[in-house]
Design a protein around this ligand. Structure first.
Ligand code: ZN
Length: 313
């Protein structure tokens, strides 16, 4: 019986690594730099070396390790193929599981998309614990998503399941999203999206606001919402309208028990939730309306915890 599992969360600047028990306790976590030189060809060998070094340091043998799970910033299909990852300078389609397993002397490796893997972390050890039907929405620089059905990740046919950020919720939009389409959820509810909504509102009226004549960040914006700034309250309503509408569409399709809201924006506090809930209730089909909306609890660790879970049981 294996006692340990490794969780790996690969980002464009650093790789977060974790040594966990198969019960889900994080025994140790550390980071290495992501070396994107030479089309990112050193990334997997660097990770393999880090894990081997850790096993030597802790005197852990291969048969004590259930495997290594790895979350990656790109679409990963059920068989472990990743189809390009821009942030890692990977410009080809290849099987990450086979390649990393080969570098780790045949250790079991499972790969997944980072947002999906974070959702698995939250459903295993975080805000979604105890639920089998859960959807996670990550509000950061962009908007990511992960769907958990029957306790497992829904990766979809092309590994692109759960791309909630690119739901079109405003067909009238004329400005393009990073994906090339217009009117995506991400354009209004990511940190960048919120800043954009706020700037539009500041231009539209000359009403006084605490956010005038200063650098605008999503974090400061939510602080001003908390202080009751009228203009900011209106923008928070708009944010809630878009996200509430988006979640209602997802709820009608998947009927989850809980939505877990993660990412930097969610760290602004509980005050973001009523704006989402109100608009969610306004649009959702009655039989799907009981879904709870809560904040994530694992923070940056959700990725490595979920990654480890992929190789356990
Ligand atoms: Zn988009």
């Amino acid at each position: 019986m294996s006692k340990y599992a490794f969780g790996i969360d690969v980002g464009g600047t650093s790789v977060k690594l974790g040594l966990l028990t198969t019960e889900g306790e994080v025994l140790e976590k550390w980071e290495i730099d992501t070396d994107v030189s030479d089309d990112g060809k050193n990334i997997l060998p660097d990770i393999a070396k880090a894990l081997k070094d850790k096993m030597a340091e802790k005197q852990i043998s291969a048969d004590e390790v259930a495997g290594a799970g790895i979350g990656l910033p790109g679409p990963v299909d059920e068989d472990g193929f990743i189809n390009k990852a821009v942030n890692l300078h990977w410009d080809r389609k290849f099987n990450v599981e086979e390649e990393l397993s080969g570098l780790l002397s045949g250790m079991r490796v499972k790969a997944g998309n980072d947002a999906n893997v974070a959702a698995l972390g939250e459903v295993w050890q975080g805000a979604g614990k105890g639920y089998k039907e859960m959807v996670m929405v990550t509000l950061g620089t962009g908007v990511g998503g992960g769907i958990i059905h029957d306790g497992k990740i829904v990766a979809g046919a092309d590994g692109a399941g759960g791309e909630i950020g690119h739901l079109c919720i405003n067909p009238e939009e004329t400005i393009s999203c990073n994906c090339g389409n217009c009117g995506c959820l991400e354009q209004y509810t990511s940190a960048t999206g919120i800043v954009r909504l706020l700037n539009e509102e500041l231009e539209r009226s000359d009403e006084d606001s605490m956010m005038r004549n200063r650098e605008i960040t999503a974090k400061d914006f939510w602080e001003c919402v908390g202080k009751g700034d009228k203009l900011c309250l209106r923008v928070a309503e708009k944010f809630g309208e878009y996200l509430g509408l988006g979640l209602s569409i997802i709820a009608n399709v998947l009927n989850p028990k809980v939505f877990v809201i993660g990412g930097g924006v969610s760290r602004s506090g509980e005050l973001i939730l009523p704006y989402i809930e109100k608009n969610f209730k306004a649009h959702v089909f009655h039989a799907c309306a009981d879904a709870k909306i809560v904040r994530a609890t694992l923070g940056n660790d959700a990725g490595l915890i979920g990654a480890a879970k992929m190789v356990i049981d």
